[in-house]
Write a protein that binds this ligand. Structure first.
Ligand code: ZN
Length: 308
């Protein structure tokens, strides 16, 4: 069993509209845009990162905006809901804030004894705010005050036709099953301090999800550094997973593999982080391009929609 995984690192999803997506995450949810770059594998579209002040692993939601992409169709084999932690007692204040901003799809739910507010993102993204007692993580307070602000991820929930193989994989990655409720199995990393929960929802009769706007593209788990990442890569490969070589993503090193349930997993390093190429005070403001795409800058600056 592995002991290198530190919880979620980031969650990456798709949107049809960069401007609308940026406004939702920075203004309505009050996260900080910590990086404005491009999709390294398709540099004509943005890659936008939203998180806490410095983009601490476990707080970072990221989007590939493909202008006009068709909406995804929810189903099996994907991350269904991405949940963020909010302070205990703030659900009603969040509901009032988001309703006041015209955000739809607000629904109060209870799950595993926790109060949640389901929130629909601008592409139909399935998001939730979950009340957490004494989450010690310091929030970004540029837009939303510290009494209310999102602390980082709470969890991701995957929808799977058969949860067995993914449950086995999570256990191999160091997760322990905590509880089961209404067809959802909750796994957590022992000793986790936020962003350490993964829920597996069994949907045996569901159609396969069709990826599109609002869909999660992949979920990334954190390791401290490249040495730990290589240990994880070796262990996953030896257990039969087809893992990519290590890829330099400028702000972290990444490996990817498709899990048996259909969800794309990434293992990402906590080093070097989002402050490697701009100061904390100006994170996310300038368009950052990886060296291999720097020659495209004049065209990209013309083509990519300006963001507030
Ligand atoms: Zn990623």
């Amino acid at each position: 069993m592995l002991d290198q995984i530190r919880g979620l690192h980031h969650v990456t999803a798709l949107t049809a509209d960069a401007v609308r997506n940026n406004a939702f995450f920075t203004k309505a949810l009050g996260l900080r845009r910590v990086k404005k770059t491009v999709n390294f594998d398709a540099p004509d579209v943005y890659h936008l990162y939203y998180g806490d002040e410095t983009g601490t692993p476990g707080t970072v939601m990221t989007y590939f905006p493909f202008p006009g992409i068709r909406a995804g169709r929810p189903g099996a084999g994907e991350v269904g809901t991405t949940a963020f932690a909010i302070p205990a007692g703030t659900r009603d204040a969040w509901a009032a804030r988001l309703a006041g901003l015209g955000i739809s799809g607000l629904a109060r739910e209870e799950s595993f004894g926790e109060k949640r507010l389901h929130v629909q993102g601008p592409d139909g993204d399935s998001l939730a705010l979950v009340e957490v007692d004494a989450d010690a993580r310091a929030p970004w307070t540029g837009v939303v005050g510290a009494d209310l602000a999102i602390r980082g991820f709470h969890s991701v929930a995957m929808r799977l036709r058969d949860t067995g193989a993914t449950a086995e994989l999570l256990t191999f990655m160091g997760y322990e099953k905590l509880a089961e409720e209404r067809g959802v199995a909750r796994f957590a990393l022992p000793g986790g301090a936020g962003a350490h929960i993964v829920d597996l929802e069994a949907v045996p009769d569901a159609n396969r999800a069709v990826e599109g706007g609002g869909s999660v593209h992949h979920v990334a788990f954190a390791v401290e550094n490249r040495a730990r990442q290589l240990e994880v890569r070796k262990a996953l490969t030896e257990t039969g997973h087809h893992v990519t070589p290590v890829i330099d993503r400028d702000y972290f090193w990444a490996i990817y593999f498709r899990t048996p349930g259909g969800v794309l997993f990434e293992i990402a390093t906590n080093e070097p982080g989002f402050t490697r190429d701009e100061p904390v005070t100006h994170l996310g403001e300038a368009l950052k391009l990886p060296r291999q795409h720097e020659h495209l800058r004049p065209a990209l600056e013309q083509q990519l929609a300006p963001l507030a």
